[in-house]
Design a protein around this ligand. Structure first.
Ligand code: SF4
Length: 310
């Protein structure tokens, strides 16, 4: 039996499902029961009824969200070190400090945050629904964190005053993209459509034909008449784009745009995680209760799911 077969067998024996983010290694995406972006995976985790174990092949905050949204399941993160550096950039203290400075402004946090910070916000959002979530709020001024680029994008798309918290939160991987790289590829492929993640810089957003989350990129690429795409997000998405659109060509704008945290999950580690049922992700109940409300408000304001739990 090869490693893939062993994982599949073990998964069935243990009544587990494997969720994998779009940025995971191709072999992890291929073995997963479901591949998606953070909101798609959160929804899957929240609505999962049959499995006893959810193996979350992604980074810490996503597995935490699964544990918060479906506390009756055992949630496993195959690699303990798979941490999103952006999520570490916003602290509870900074949120409290900003709330003191702007007492009437609601706090909207990107899901790329740790549970303790989610517990401090009014609602969460993802890059797929940030504009809808912020637009649904009555307040004119919003505290938004931790990604400054996403905050700027939301400000461009809404009539709100967006105050980024912290002032300079960012994704180290998406900041690697530069408009010069897009220009070189555009010279070689003048008909290519440029698709850009909102975590990229404003210069990159200006170079874009389409801006969206990874799930929106996948939908756009499938529905578009274009046959060539210059992709500006973590390179793992290429696997799904190519699989879903075998007749179209996808080029990454910068080949080294790799999130090392997402790539920590390997088949060996996934197998070990399933076998030893490690590493179990838990969130203290007092934090989980508040963070769950923030996540459920996101689902409700984005009109995605009636998120009431039975
Ligand atoms: S790609 Fe960026 S935001 Fe996503 S997990 Fe990696 S560091 Fe965090």
């Amino acid at each position: 039996m090869n490693l893939t077969e062993k994982i599949v067998k073990l998964k069935e024996e243990k009544h587990a499902i494997i969720l994998a983010h779009n940025y995971q290694r191709p072999e992890i995406q291929d073995i997963a029961d479901y591949v998606g972006d953070s909101i798609e995976l959160s929804q899957k985790a929240m609505l999962e009824k049959d499995a006893d174990i959810i193996v979350f092949c992604a980074v810490d905050f996503m597995a935490e969200s699964a544990a918060i949204l479906n506390p009756s399941k055992k949630v496993l993160l195959p690699t303990l070190g798979a941490r999103c550096p952006m999520a570490q950039m916003l602290t509870v203290e900074e949120i409290k400090r900003q709330k003191t400075l702007h007492p009437t402004a609601p706090v909207v946090l990107y899901v790329n945050t740790l549970a303790a910070t989610k517990a401090q916000c009014d609602t969460c959002c993802t890059s797929a629904n940030a504009v809808e979530v912020v637009s649904s709020l009555e307040a004119k001024t919003i505290l938004f964190g931790p990604d400054r680029n996403l905050a700027e994008y939301v400000a461009e798309k809404t009539s709100k005053k967006i105050i980024p918290i912290p002032e300079w939160g960012f994704c180290p991987t998406h900041l690697l993209f530069q408009p010069e790289d897009v220009a070189v590829l555009k010279n070689q492929h003048p008909n290519a459509t440029v698709i850009v993640h909102p975590e990229c810089s404003s210069e990159m957003r200006q170079a874009a034909d389409f801006i969206g989350s990874t799930s929106k990129m996948c939908t756009f690429a499938s529905e578009s008449k274009a046959t060539e795409f210059i992709v500006c997000t973590e390179e793992g998405i290429l696997h799904r784009l190519r699989k879903e659109n075998p007749r179209k060509q996808f080029m990454i704008a910068y080949g080294d745009a790799v999130c090392p945290n997402m790539k920590l999950t390997t088949l060996d580690r996934l197998y070990a995680a399933l076998k030893e049922e490690k590493y179990v992700v838990t969130v203290p109940e007092d934090i989980a209760v508040k963070a769950r409300k923030s996540l459920e408000r996101m689902f409700e304001s984005a009109g995605l799911v009636k998120a009431k739990r039975s």
